[in-house]
Design a binder for this molecule. Sequence first.
Ligand SMILES: NC(=O)c1ccc[n+]([C@@H]2O[C@H](COP(=O)([O-])OP(=O)(O)OC[C@H]3O[C@@H](n4cnc5c(N)ncnc54)[C@H](OP(=O)(O)O)[C@@H]3O)[C@@H](O)[C@H]2O)c1
Length: 491
Amino acid sequence: MVVETQADFSRKIILLTGATGYIGGRLLKALEQQGHAIRCLARRPEFLRAKVHPTTQIVKADCLEPESLPAAMEDVDTAYYLVHSMGSAGRFEEEDRQAARNFATAARAAGVRRIIYLGGLGEGRQDLSAHLRSRQEVADLLRASGIPVVEFRASIVIGSGSLSFEMIRALVQRLPVMICPRWVTVKAQPIAVEDVIEYLVKALELPAEGAMYEIGGTDQVSYGQIMQEYARQCGLRRWMISVPVLTPRLSSLWLGLVTPVYARVGRKLIDSLRNPTLVRNCAALEIFKIRPMGLKEAIARALVNEDHEFAQTRWSDALSSSGRSPTWGGVHLGTRIVDSRTTQVSAPPSAAFTPIRRIGGATGWYFGDFLWQLRGALDLLVGGVGLRRGRRDPDNLSAGDTLDFWRVEAIEPDRLLRLAAQMKLPGRAWLQFEVEPNRDGSVIRQTAVFDPAGLGGLIYWYALYPIHKWIFGGMLREIGETAMKDHDNCA
Ligand SMILES: NC(=O)c1ccc[n+]([C@@H]2O[C@H](COP(=O)([O-])OP(=O)(O)OC[C@H]3O[C@@H](n4cnc5c(N)ncnc54)[C@H](OP(=O)(O)O)[C@@H]3O)[C@@H](O)[C@H]2O)c1
């Protein structure tokens, strides 16, 4: 048995599958916070190692390889089944069926007391899409083991990283005018990912009996309404022209053109959009104290959480682990475009950071100042704040300070400065400087991040990219040289 860390065996072990996935990854954090003894079953433990708490075990196993499962099941009390083969290149229904059968057999042999599973809503098994039918078939296969199964059924889960939410977001972001097939009028009952996770955690407190709960947020809305609400919160205007003829199959080809990243998985998912996914049975509201939020709040929370997670990113790690080589225009991470560069300076971090904390105002922007002045004047012309605000103090900055047409979002002495753009832009932008010590002095990383608002934002970014690249490159070079000059003068 490949156990990566030691847990406290006096507590009951919870087996978590799908921890590298969207729901499982979030559930892992919630269970760890509650202090449960957790064992993750993962095909690729290397993807989890850095993310788990030191007491969480990781066992390498694959639900399609029955011989790998008994080791993962040893001493397990409750198992979460969050395995999903949507990303597989093969036939996902067959893979999901086989995986569920193998898992159920191994769980029964090991004496697992209960299985908790999250599947999908949808009525009338015959008329369901292959994807939704398969989600319900998996629950039946788990139940066939004789182990009590708590099955939750959910519609679209709202949260950044959730495939269905990302598909909707990609369509809204890229298409100012949407030719809407009939499926955009089909009703769903979206639920925030936080609420889903709370249901999954609270299920541990239920008696070990089988049950099925339909869960959803407070709003029953069409896919079109979800898109309009997302567009509204992002400040985008979208026109929807309904056409009765487009089938989900045609939509999937269209999706491939508009959002190639999601095309393979999205095609399987889009077929499900013809089925309403509404809560018909309200037992979950009676059994649990959870009161799920509505669509507006769920989208707002998703956007805020995303900003928060993004702000925590260490760019050196993120860009190297994204596996993407830098392309012209920057690297796409989620909806954002990230353009990052570094320079080595032979000076300690305190000296390397000095020109950074003095940036803007009377000091200027170190390179192409006339272009910064021009940008400020243009901003004033279109009703923006321009450069006239300058800075409060020539030497020091604090979070919340205004700085020309930026605002200081975060500052850590001698390590980090993040500025959020307040000029008029078709999107949101940040400029970040990070300083790290190394053997030869320090490395300064400068990162420009742009979150384009729709197509206009993308055109803006790529049209101005050559100028931005020149200015930001020149700025970083000058910052490095200023730091070294000042350091030499002081030495
Ligand atoms: N996300 C939503 O919007 C949503 C909505 C309603 C219901 N749900 C339900 O929630 C559950 C989890 O969905 P998700 O969105 O979190 O899926 P996901 O992000 O695609 O994650 C799927 C997980 O399954 C693992 N997996 C796949 N095949 C496996 C195998 N043979 N052996 C072991 N692990 C395997 C994957 O591991 P690898 O990293 O090794 O591939 C991954 O961790 C599903 O049942 C889904 O129907 C999700």
